[in-house]
Structure formats: structure tokens, C-alpha cells
Design a protein around this ligand. Structure first.
Ligand code: SIN
Length: 476
């Protein structure tokens, strides 16, 4: 922790006690520190405070809210090195990648600071002379979020910034694995005069119980969740009692497709970026590769060579591309998926190295067929199964054969095919000759069982706004 220059970012850390959560470094399994958990009664009182704070915040002119968010953005950028270091410590991703996430996370704050001023309603041409119709947009109210460990910063700012910009209050429960980044970015928000009562971070030993409080409290009007489809379903069911609004950013099973007319070197580069970002622990990671049979061997060889240039290790060390997996059980789960695929006929392109701890070297599997279980599972690790295809029709059928619909990627130089495949893929986001698609200005989200709603872009703020229709009648 000596490396952290801005000590205010550590103000939430406390000595260990029975009421603290222990934060572990996944690269070394050493204890990094402790944070205080919130009791049920504390969380209930935060929700009450959040309600009053929201009423005052919503009364502020949008320009004032925008200025505070802009200030928060500046502080996030000024503290990029410290926030990145803290993230690598608790999450494991390589330091440069962690700093990149801080900038990505801050970009949502900047974007929604700007969007705060543009929550326009409409005037609707009236069908009768004595009436006039308009719509206005108003904040949803008290909102909450449950966020994951894979992006400890950006998944919070992508939700908190539109909520605050819209005039809502926001309570977030970050992952128990990565609370340090959450408390640190909230501390910077307080320094930007965003009231503590308006933006609250809560953690507990029992995350399911916090989810139950969030989904059952009458003052909370919306829940935004990023995580697994399984947990998302439960939260949606719990939210149904009060008919709360929900945004769900759930699991993915992204196909990465390389056609015979693709630029193979570009496809390999895109595959490396998409597959190994965050050690393969992202919802939009390429999960299964469909390669046209005529270029299968060529692609597999070049992909293998490029993968061999990646270095696995502690994210704080120089030159590391792939950090540790988040927990020992995450590694066990990935290896059991690989074992099952091998038992079904898949062949690793190199011996699987027995690397100790939570580290795992990239694994490429050849001779995978679409009927193997691995094509239906979200691997969430540095494993790339390569499947051959012959025709576009067969490819589309296999690519869409999943309950998920978050992201898909394909490489082709044929403009007719580019349009046809873009339209046929049943996904919320499609990367065309591109392996990295995330941006604060573009709508992020999925279809099918990958979720509901969009984050970022001009659509992101609407998730925190109610549309009200005003009918002016009796006009002479
Ligand atoms: C995710 O994995 O859910 C987020 C990835 C991103 O924002 O790029």
C-alpha cells in the first residue's frame, strides 16, 4: 500500500474484526486489507437517507449535477495510477490494463456529465385542436446496483454516472472480491461534492441478503445488475413483487468467426484482444471460435504463435499480459470444462502447463465440434476452442445456437457477407473486423438471456429516467 500516493483513497480500510471483509490478492493469496461490512439496519438507514438526498439532488439544475460529475471525472483521471494499482492488487489484471479500465470507467462519468443536460422530452403533434401533448423525463428515484469483480471500477461508473446525471440516488454493492476499488472511487465522488447520502457503497458477508434487501425495499425503484444469468434471473424474480425496474447485463457466449475471405493476421490480433483481455474473464470475451475449414490450420498456427508471446504472471510485474484468475475455484471450473472437452475429442495444441496458484496459461483446443458441451458454457478463462465450419448457413445456425445473445465477432472482407451476417447474428453487439467493441459512446447490452437494457451511449441515461406524458386539454 506504500505505493498509493493519495492516502485518502484508503480511508475506508479498517483493522480486522468479526464485522470486516478480508480482501485477498489473487496473485499471491496474501491479505491486502479489511473493509467494514454494513449491517441490515445500516443498509436500511442508508436507503432512507438516499431517498431524502435524491429529492434534493433532483431539484438541482442539470448543469450543476453535470459540473459535479465532471469534477468526479477529473479526480478519477488524476488518481489513475493509484486506482489502477489498487485494482491490480485486489483483482489481478495487469497494471496497464487496470489503468486502462480506470480511464474506461472515468469515460462513463464524463459522458453522462454531458448527457445530464440532454434529457429532452418531446412535443407530440396533437390529433385534436383543443389538446396539446408533451413528454418530460424525470428521475426514477432511489436506485441500486450489484456489480461484479471482473471490472471493479467501470461496472460501477457505467451505472452510477447515468443514475446521478438523471437525478437519481445510487447504492452499490460491489463484489466481495473487489470492494477496494468501489470505496476508492466513491471517496473521489465525495471529494467532488457528490453527497455521501446520494452515493453509497455497501458490502456484507452475505451478498444474497443484500440482494434481498435491495429487491424488497419499497423506496428502491430500480436495480441494475451485472453478473451471471442465473443470479440475474433470481434478482428479476425478487424484483417482480414490487414491479421494480431492472437492467440486467448477464452472461455471454460470444462466437468469434473467421471467414475464408478474412484478413487472417487482423483476425488473429482481434482474437488475442478479445479472448485474453482480463485473462478471459469478461462477459464479451470470445468464447468459441468458428473458422472456415479452408483456413482452419493457418489460423490455428498463427493464433498459437501469437498466444505463445503472451506472458502470464503477477499483474504488478513488468510485461505481464495475463494475470491470475479471481479464485482457486474459478481455475478448477475452467480446467474441468477443458477436461470434459478433451474427453469428448478436443485436442490441446500444446501440453497444458501445470502452473501453480491461480494462474493459467492460455489453452487452445483444436478438433472441437459444435455438439461438445464447451460450446454452450461460458468459459470465463483463457481457453479458446476452435471449431470448423463449411457454409454461411451452417455457421449462422451454430453461432445463434445458445441461450445467450451479448456479443459476437466476425472477420470478412466481403461487404455483402458483412451485411448479411451482421443482420443474422442474434446478438446485442457485433464486432466486424474488430475484437474490442466497448466504448462509453456505444450502447452495451445483450438480447435473449444475456440481459435487458443498455449501458453507456445516449440510451444509458434513459434506464434511470421515467417518461411522463402531459396532456393539456380544454384549449380554446
Ligand atoms: C463485461 O464483461 O461485462 C464488461 C466488458 C466491457 O465493458 O467491455
Amino acid at each position: 500500500m506504500q505505493q498509493i500516493q493519495n492516502k485518502t483513497l484508503l480511508s475506508f480500510m479498517v483493522p480486522p474484526s468479526k464485522d470486516t471483509l478480508t480482501v485477498i490478492n489473487p496473485a499471491t493469496t496474501e491479505v491486502i486489507g479489511y473493509v467494514a461490512t454494513s449491517s441490515e439496519s445500516e443498509i436500511l438507514s442508508y436507503i432512507e437517507q438516499s431517498h431524502s438526498a435524491q429529492q434534493e439532488w433532483a431539484q438541482l439544475p442539470a448543469k450543476v449535477r453535470a459540473k459535479r460529475l465532471q469534477h468526479w471525472f477529473q479526480l478519477l483521471i488524476e488518481n489513475k495510477d493509484d486506482l489502477g494499482y489498487l485494482m491490480t492488487l485486489e483483482q489481478g489484471k495487469p497494471l496497464e490494463e487496470a489503468k486502462g479500465e480506470v480511464v474506461y470507467g472515468a469515460s462513463f462519468v464524463e459522458w453522462f456529465a454531458e448527457e445530464a443536460k440532454r434529457t429532452y422530452g418531446e412535443s407530440i403533434p396533437s390529433p385534436s385542436g383543443d389538446k396539446r401533448f408533451i413528454t418530460i423525463k424525470q428521475p426514477v428515484g432511489v436506485t441500486c446496483a450489484i456489480t461484479p469483480w471482473n471490472f471493479p471500477n467501470a461496472m460501477i461508473t457505467r451505472k452510477a454516472a447515468p443514475a446521478l446525471a438523471a437525478g437519481c440516488s445510487f447504492i452499490v454493492k460491489p463484489s466481495e472480491h473487489t470492494p477496494l476499488s468501489a470505496f476508492a472511487i466513491a471517496e473521489l465522488a465525495y471529494q467532488a461534492e457528490i453527497p455521501r447520502e446520494l452515493l453509497r457503497v455497501v458490502v456484507g458477508k452475505d451478498p444474497i441478503e443484500i440482494g434481498r434487501i435491495f429487491t424488497s425495499h419499497p423506496l428502491i425503484r430500480k436495480l441494475s445488475f451485472t453478473g451471471s444469468t442465473q443470479v440475474g434471473r433470481t434478482l428479476m424474480q425478487q424484483s417482480a413483487n414490487d414491479v421494480k425496474r431492472t437492467s440486467m447485463e448477464l452472461g455471454g457466449n460470444a462466437p468469434f468467426i473467421v471467414f475464408e475471405d478474412a484478413d487472417i493476421d487482423a483476425a488473429v490480433q482481434g482474437a488475442i484482444a478479445s479472448k485474453f483481455r482480463n485473462a478471459g474473464q469478461t462477459c464479451v470475451c470470445a468464447n468459441r471460435f468458428y473458422i472456415h475449414h479452408s483456413i482452419y490450420e493457418k489460423f490455428a498456427t498463427k493464433f498459437q504463435q501469437a498466444t505463445e508471446r503472451l506472458t502470464v504472471g503477477n499483474g504488478l510485474d513488468q510485461g505481464i499480459n495475463i494475470g491470475p484468475l479471481i479464485t482457486p475455484s474459478a481455475k478448477e471450473n475452467i480446467l474441468s470444462i477443458v477436461e470434459q472437452a478433451i474427453a469428448q475429442g478436443a485436442e490441446p495444441t500444446a501440453p497444458i502447463s501445470p502452473r501453480p496458484g491461480q494462474f493459467l496459461d492460455p489453452i487452445i483446443l483444436k478438433n472441437v465440434t459444435h455438439d461438445m458441451d464447451i460450446t454452450q458454457l461460458e468459459i470465463f478463462g483463457p481457453v479458446a476452442p476452435l471449431i470448423k465450419f463449411d457454409t454461411d448457413e451452417e455457421l449462422i445456425r451454430m453461432a445463434n445456437d445458445t441461450i445467450y445473445g451479448l456479443a459476437a465477432y466476425f472477420y470478412s472482407q466481403n461487404i455483402n457477407r458483412v451485411w448479411k451476417i451482421s443482420e443474422a447474428l442474434e446478438y446485442g453487439m457485433v464486432g466486424i473486423n474488430e475484437g474490442v467493441i466497448s466504448s462509453e459512446v456505444a450502447p452495451f447490452g445483450g438480447i435473449k438471456q444475456s440481459g435487458i437494457g443498455r449501458e453507456g451511449a445516449k440510451q444509458g441515461i434513459d434506464e434511470y429516467l421515467e417518461l411522463k406524458y402531459l396532456c393539456f386539454g380544454g384549449l380554446q
